[in-house]
Design a protein around this ligand. Structure first.
Ligand code: SF4
Ligand code: SF4
Length: 200
């Protein structure tokens, strides 16, 4: 909720979210952030983000839940750990980004039509069901959700890959034998369940 002027009032900020952030991996010491910007300077993706890593930390601490969870930033993070290495306060921003992604998916607040969260969810579903991902199936499933017409655009590329032996036409998607074991491992890791899960 935002006021008509675009300014947020204190009462509109989500204090529970700000507190939750300090309890997840990477978020333990975000209160120690000195807003130096070293993370943003080191981040190879910050030029493409709507909020730089430094700003994400600032927004989270104040309770700007909607802005953070619906931002593209958390999905553009390439998990390179450059920010974590540079941070003088030892804040593990990379792990923190994962926690934000997980919460965004749980609450269905990720940017709609943005491919990364959809791919992440479909990847996780495949791994959960089959113990591994099959790229061709992943592309098909993700694009059926994103934009089915786009699949037609991929047809010539798919044909080329098939002809050059880079993609195998498989009558059945690949799967591991011990799928129950994989599911047990996922459950033991405490990862998000079923339809809300995503890969790290
Ligand atoms: S480098 Fe660390 S202390 Fe500096 S702005 Fe980023 S998170 Fe905050
Ligand atoms: S881990 Fe993510 S936020 Fe950190 S520098 Fe790499 S891309 Fe940027």
């Amino acid at each position: 909720m935002e006021s008509a002027s675009g300014v947020k009032f204190e009462a509109e900020l989500d204090r529970e979210f700000a507190h939750w952030a300090t309890t997840v991996p990477g978020g333990e010491n975000i209160r120690e952030c000195i807003q130096c910007g070293a993370c943003s300077g080191a981040c190879p993706m910050s030029g493409y983000m709507d909020y730089t890593p430094r700003r994400i930390i600032a927004l989270v601490r104040e309770g700007f839940k909607e802005e953070v969870l619906s931002s593209r930033t958390i999905w553009l993070c390439a998990s390179c750990y450059a920010c974590a290495v540079e941070c003088p306060q030892g804040i593990n921003i990379t792990d923190f980004m994962y926690a934000l992604k997980e919460r965004a998916i749980k609450e269905g607040r990720y940017p709609k039509g943005f491919p990364t969260p959809i791919y992440a969810q479909e990847f996780a579903k495949l791994v959960r069901a089959r113990g591994r991902s099959t790229e061709s199936l992943l592309v098909i499933r993700a694009n059926l959700r994103l934009n089915p017409l786009k699949l037609l655009k991929f047809a010539p590329l798919g044909l080329k890959l098939l002809l050059r032996g880079r993609m195998r036409p498989s009558p059945r998607p690949e799967q591991v034998r011990d799928r129950a074991g994989v599911r047990a491992m996922l459950a033991a890791s405490g990862g998000p369940k079923a339809r809300h899960e995503h890969e790290r």
